[in-house]
Every structure is written in structure tokens, then in C-alpha cells.
Design a protein around this ligand. Structure first.
Ligand SMILES: [Mg+2]
Length: 294
């Protein structure tokens, strides 16, 4: 850059690739889409401030959907889990990636004449049966769809049945693409790793429904009857919760109580609208109290 005939140093704004230093005002929030693991609890342990968070949502009459990529558990199991932690929610306030998958498939296929082979547990199976799909068994040919959800009882025979059906032309669908699964022993393989194995065996890429694809968020917005402009997604994972919100066109609030860290944020090419440490701070922000935005 030349100014007054002299070469001037080019100043690069160090904030350019990071979140804006001016935090958008936390207002105009009429509905929330809330991730569960890493936001509301760690495994069986509720996060501090869990009951106060839900009391605040009820008092302020903010409708919400609890949206999880976890395909293994049913909505009823989540309602029961929260009840044990002192929180009352209803089944209609829960949306798992399996429920989202069953809904999506029922919109694109005729359940009464569509046969599905499922690699998955009750969480994946029940929503498909509830929509009227017919499930096929081990080594049974002729499935129209192969749905792969989280299956901790996976076997050689299940993988072989899925592979044979996909190679014979069944459409390949994954409830969610998370490649890892946090456990008390550390990170193990998630549903995305099973999808990768089937993709390697069939050379067919799965259609994935869960976050960061925007399908679940769109379904949640529809259930809530909410607008893009007045809805906020809360989550702990940049690569699923926050990226999904970006793709769906809604604002997002990342909490630092789960998987993603401030170090992850520093190197990410997309950003949440807001960052807070945990739901205690989210509760304060919803109540209009001052919080330290990160
Ligand atoms: Mg989470």
C-alpha cells in the first residue's frame, strides 16, 4: 500500500477470521432447538442448573424441541431420563435422528409398500414401525431401504445383510453421520463409522439425515411452527449442532460444557452466533441477566 509516496505496512485485522468482537444482542428468541448430550447431561450425570434451565423455559413460555443425533434411544427413554433428573418434558418435545429419518422417509416413500432392513436398535426401529414401514430380517432379500442407526449389537450377519441389500439396489440411509461416540472409556466408533464400512463394501454413499444436515432442524421448526429469524439452536458440537444451524439458516448458541472447545472455535471457518460456558449462563441470558459472552 502506497501512501504519501511511502510504502505502508499492510495491517491484517486479526479478528477477520474469528467471531465478530461485537456480540449480537441475545434477543428475539421465540423458540429453541436444544441438543442434549454435552448440553443437558454428561452420560447419566445431569449438568448443574438443569432444572432451573427448564423452569426458565416454561416461565418465559419458550417452546423447544430436544433434538439429538443419537439414534439408539427412543423419545420415551429421553422423557424418562429427564424425569429422573427432575425435569418434565413430553414425547412431542423430543426429536431423535431416528424419528427424523422415519418422518423423512415417510414423506418420500409409501410406508405400506416399502420394506426396510434396519441396522439399529429400538430407537431406530420403533419410529419406522410407527410410520407403517415393513421391516425385513437377516439375509432376507428385497429391502427397498437400508437404514443404519446406532447399533451396539452389530454383527457380521447384520452388516452382510445390509451390504447384500444395498448392492441389490436398496437405498442406503444413515440416521446420523457421527464417526465417533464418546464413552467413559474414551472415543469409540459411532454410526458414521458403520456407514463408512458399508459404503466401502458397496461403493454407495448414504443419505444422512441427522445434524449437520439441515433436515432435523427444518423438521423441528415445522413442529414448533417457528420462524428461522426467531429460533436459536443450542449445542455443544461445532461440526454437527452449529454447522447444522448455519446450513438451516438459524442462529446458534454453543456451550463449552461438551465436545467442542474454544480452541476448536479458533480454527473453525464457521462460527456460532453466541458462545457461553454452560446452561447456567444460558439461563441467565434468557432471563436478561448479564453474562460474560465468550
Ligand atoms: Mg451434544
Amino acid at each position: 500500500m502506497v501512501k504519501n509516496g511511502r510504502e505502508q505496512p499492510v495491517v491484517i485485522n486479526s479478528n477477520f477470521f474469528t467471531r465478530s468482537s461485537v456480540v449480537e444482542t441475545f434477543t428475539n428468541i421465540r423458540a429453541l432447538i436444544i441438543d442434549m448430550d454435552g448440553v443437558l447431561w454428561h452420560g447419566a450425570e445431569p449438568m448443574p442448573g438443569l432444572c432451573e434451565f427448564f423452569q426458565t423455559l416454561r416461565e418465559l413460555r419458550i417452546p423447544f424441541i430436544l433434538a439429538t443425533n443419537n439414534a439408539r434411544s427412543t423419545a420415551t427413554e429421553y422423557v424418562t431420563k429427564l424425569a429422573k433428573m427432575g425435569v418434565t418434558v413430553v414425547i412431542d418435545e423430543v426429536l431423535t435422528s431416528s424419528m427424523a429419518t422415519a418422518q423423512y422417509l415417510s414423506e418420500h416413500f409409501e410406508p405400506q409398500v416399502t420394506k426396510v432392513y434396519v441396522v439399529g436398535e429400538a430407537g431406530a426401529i420403533e419410529p419406522l414401525l410407527a410410520r407403517g414401514f415393513t421391516l425385513t430380517g437377516l439375509y432376507e432379500p428385497g429391502a427397498d431401504l437400508v437404514v443404519c442407526g446406532m447399533d451396539q449389537t452389530i454383527t457380521w450377519d447384520k452388516l452382510a445383510t445390509a451390504t447384500l441389500n444395498i448392492r441389490a439396489g436398496a437405498k442406503f440411509v444413515g440416521t446420523n453421520g457421527d464417526v465417533t461416540l464418546p464413552t467413559e472409556r474414551g472415543q469409540t466408533h459411532g454410526n458414521g463409522a458403520i456407514l463408512a464400512a458399508l459404503q466401502a463394501a458397496t461403493d454407495v454413499k448414504p443419505l444422512v439425515i441427522g445434524k449437520p444436515e439441515p433436515i432435523m432442524y427444518r423438521q423441528a421448526l415445522s413442529i414448533l411452527g417457528a420462524d428461522l429469524a426467531t429460533t436459536v439452536a443450542i449445542g455443544d458440537r461445532l461440526d454437527t449442532d452449529i454447522l447444522g444451524a448455519v446450513r438451516a439458516g438459524i442462529r446458534s448458541l454453543m456451550v463449552l460444557s461438551g465436545v467442542s472447545t474454544e480452541q476448536d472455535l479458533a480454527v473453525s471457518d464457521f462460527q456460532p452466533t453466541w458462545v457461553l460456558p454452560d446452561i447456567i449462563e444460558v439461563t441467565k441470558a434468557l432471563r436478561g441477566e448479564s453474562v460474560n459472552w465468550r
